[in-house]
Design a protein. Sequence first.
Length: 239
Amino acid sequence: MKLLLIGYGKMGRAIEARAIARGHQIVGIIDPAHPEVTIADFSPATVDAAIEFTHPDAAFANVQACLRQGLPVVCGSTGWLHHFPEAVELCQQTDGSLFYASNYSVGVNLFFHFNEYIAAKMHQFGGYDVQVREIHHTQKVDQPSGTALTAAEAILRHFPAKTIWRNEEAQQPNELAVLSERTGQVVGTHIVTYSSDADSLELKHEAHTRDGFVDGALLAAEWLPGHQGVFGMKDLLGL
Ligand SMILES: NC(=O)C1=CN([C@@H]2O[C@H](COP(=O)(O)OP(=O)(O)OC[C@H]3O[C@@H](n4cnc5c(N)ncnc54)[C@H](OP(=O)(O)O)[C@@H]3O)[C@@H](O)[C@H]2O)C=CC1
Ligand SMILES: O=C(O)C1=N[C@H](C(=O)O)C[C@H](O)C1
């Protein structure tokens, strides 16, 4: 496949290496260090899919540019989802292809799946409180992490005792604490803890390397061309 990389940081470089090893061709790299190359230079004739891992402030404009150019786009950037409804609308208007996941690792998507199940059961049986924690490297600019927010939003949907999340300790019983920690080079750890006076149940995902994110993003890029609309890992993995 002919891939356009948007963002050439930790994820962009790791995706480049893995993509080439899988036989793909990198036809362009969009990087602030080379402002002369822009998304507008590419078209469906030259690109099968774009893969976007940049920055919360840059992602939406990049997704818009891809959709306007008719490029299927796989986006992994976090911290821009307040614009997601606009991205969905533009995707519909342009008959485009957009794939988004706050976390591309298969393990995390199973973690999301089981978290939804457990949240619903905990609500049904009662007696438990719940908290989300995420730990990442100190270069991460957004908090809470996109992954923690996906897990928190699922808890709000399936565990109605929690109606709102906050990025600190809960002050009221209806508040879901989503706690963030930044330390060292931690790739990404997410923990959901359900606790009662009697016992605790912890669901934990710990990324050891970025390989899981990279492989998932490449799988999405291989799958997306030919699929029109807005998709996520549930579509790809059949969850
Ligand atoms: N969904 C998932 O599975 C995962 C998501 N992420 C998310 O992906 C994003 C990137 O992560 P990561 O690679 O670790 O971050 P890095 O900071 O290592 O890399 C981001 C890169 O994007 C560049 N950049 C900034 N603005 C633009 C722009 N307008 N166009 C093109 N490139 C730009 C930066 O350049 P410069 O430094 O010059 O500004 C930098 O090289 C984050 O939002 C992170 O949360 C990360 C891992 C997994
Ligand atoms: O910035 C990161 O590194 C990561 N970001 C994503 C997030 O915000 O959830 C995914 C992963 O945890 C790594």
